[in-house]
Ligand binder design. Structure first.
Ligand code: HEM
Length: 497
């Protein structure tokens, strides 16, 4: 009798386990895991990324939908490609989904520990964000540094003038990179870090920033297989150590020199952040400050100048739109006695603003945003995002989605004259700066700089393509990297208007 009871119990228990197993696997396969291409053993879906991951992922999402799951080596990756899902990730669940996956190169000199861009959203991160909001990017501060940006734009115009008089070719991306670099370095340190190529001075900082961009943008096997970290098989972290080391040493020298002064004289960002560092019980330490400068220069320079290059390229491909911006500028600035572009003019220039939005739609500088990571598993629109997954938001795909935009591949700023859509993180169909708690803190500075540089170039000059090229010859191919660049730099000849 006892034996019979035991057998019956074992049978019931086995059936129970079987039911749980079947229901469990069915649940995770059919309704919970986001769909995606089948992974190969070990490498998973790495090969699907190709040379242009944002484009390959956009194509895959047409088959698998706006939330996809891929295995990039051993890294579970969730790819989002619709405004609705982007809002879920960056707004509704951003408390759980705002951590970062750390590329191996970012571990150089422990950057990931001190860096605001890469640290988890902890109290330390909040303190650094607050310091940035109050001491670097507040509207009052940006208003007070406007004069400085105007001076740097005037230097760009002087350089363009030199080129124009000699009938020489200008590389728009290269020249505007120097303008943006010097705008930031003067706001922060009251000094120029870049030089236009006619000055024949060494371009040490430009070379370092481009080196960092190249290393951070290049695929690294360690990011797919973290167990190889110690080996650094491509030598990428070692090279990054050198670049970061040069910048950190330079910033540290500036800090040392300032701390040795008796009175603060410069009234720049360095002075105000040193004040924060010297407060009693301050949690902003010297390494935090040095790595913050590194972050702000790397995040703020190339993104801004490449947007200007894309905007100029689109306008040269579409001369009737270029003419429309110039007319608007002549109407607004031409009436001004100074005839110099000021940031207060931006609100009076709806077509110029529409050109910038349209450029961000087609050419978001960081097409997959900076990768997020889930702190915990979370359900998004019926799909499960597992704990520790990397999350990529494909803003490039959203910008070219025909279910969101009419004729999505056409450069048509007019579409933004018909609505209030803006890139400030509220309208999820256009989020080149991200949205939610990790939204780019440099947005207000980037926006002012892009408008002022673009307006000044277009107001003061007519533009001819170099080497007798016609608009049809402009190559709009992209190269993927930490920022999305034009594969062929825009070469133009300025003609005084
Ligand atoms: C983060 C875009 C200019 C500083 C980001 C992110 C994006 C972005 C997409 C990541 C958002 C996310 O994680 O969801 C851009 C674009 C720019 C630009 C398109 C110009 C066109 C700037 C400038 C600065 C800056 C001028 C500063 C000088 C930062 C920093 C972060 C960041 C510090 C990290 C924020 C954090 O993780 O908490 N940016 N950015 N960016 N950006 Fe920008």
């Amino acid at each position: 009798y006892l034996l019979l009871l035991l057998l019956a119990f074992l049978a019931c228990a086995s059936i129970h386990v079987l039911i749980i197993f079947i229901l469990g696997t069915k649940k995770s396969k059919s309704s919970k895991d986001p769909p995606g291409p089948n992974p190969f053993p070990i490498i998973g879906n790495i090969l699907e990324l190709g040379n242009q991951p944002h484009q390959s992922l956009a194509k895959l999402s047409q088959n698998y939908g706006p939330i996809m799951s891929l295995n990039l080596g051993s890294i579970k990756t969730i790819v989002i490609s619709s405004p609705k899902l982007a809002k879920e990730i960056l707004h509704k669940h951003d408390l759980i989904l705002s951590n970062r996956t750390i590329p191996d190169t970012i571990r150089a000199l422990d950057h990931h520990i001190f860096s605001m861009v890469w640290m988890p959203p902890t109290n330390q991160w909040r303190i650094l964000r607050r310091a940035c909001a109050n001491k670097v990017f507040s509207p009052q501060l940006l208003d007070s540094t406007q004069i400085l940006r105007q001076k740097k734009v005037q230097e760009l115009l002087d350089f363009v003038n030199e080129k124009s008089e000699k009938g020489e070719t200008l590389d728009i991306g290269e020249a505007t990179f120097i303008t943006v670099l010097n705008s930031i370095s003067n706001t922060f340190f009251s000094m120029d870090l870049g030089h236009y190529n006619s000055s024949n001075k060494p371009q040490e900082f430009k070379d370092i920033f481009f080196g960092i961009m190249k290393e951070a943008g290049r695929p690294n096997v360690v990011d797919f297989f973290p167990m190889l970290r110690k080996l650094d098989p491509q030598g990428a972290r070692a090279r990054m150590n050198k670049y970061f080391g040069k910048l950190i040493d330079f910033f540290d020298g500036l800090v040392e020199e300032r701390l040795g002064r008796e009175r603060k004289l410069s009234n720049d960002v360095l002075d105000s952040l040193l004040e924060v560092m010297m407060e009693d019980n301050s949690q902003v330490t010297r390494p935090h400050l040095l790595h913050l400068f590194l972050d702000l220069f790397v995040a703020g320079t190339d993104t801004t100048s490449s947007t200007i290059e894309w905007a100029m390229s689109e306008l040269l491909c579409n001369p009737e739109k270029l003419e429309k911006v110039r007319k608007e500028l002549q109407q607004v600035i031409g009436k001004d006695e100074q005839q110099q572009f000021e940031e207060s003019h931006i609100t009076k220039l709806p077509y110029l603003r529409a050109v910038v939005k349209e450029t961000f739609r087609l050419h978001p500088p960081i097409p997959l945003l900076v990768p997020h990571k889930s702190e915990d598993s979370v359900e998004i629109c019926g799909f499960m995002v597992p704990k520790d997954a990397q999350i990529l938001v494909n803003v490039w795909a959203m910008g070219r989605d025909s279910s969101i935009w009419r004729n999505p591949n056409e450069f048509s700023p007019e579409r933004f004259l018909e609505n209030d859509v803006d890139f400030k993180g509220q309208d999820f169909e256009l989020i080149p700066f991200g949205a939610g708690r990790r939204i780019c803190p440099g947005l207000p500075l980037a926006s002012r700089t892009i408008h002022i540089v673009l307006a000044s170039l277009l107001y003061n000059y007519d533009w001819k393509l170099a080497n007798g090229k016609k608009k049809e010859d402009i190559d709009m191919t992209e190269t993927y990297g930490i920022t999305l660049h034009k594969a062929q730099p825009l070469q133009v000849i300025p003609i005084h208007a």
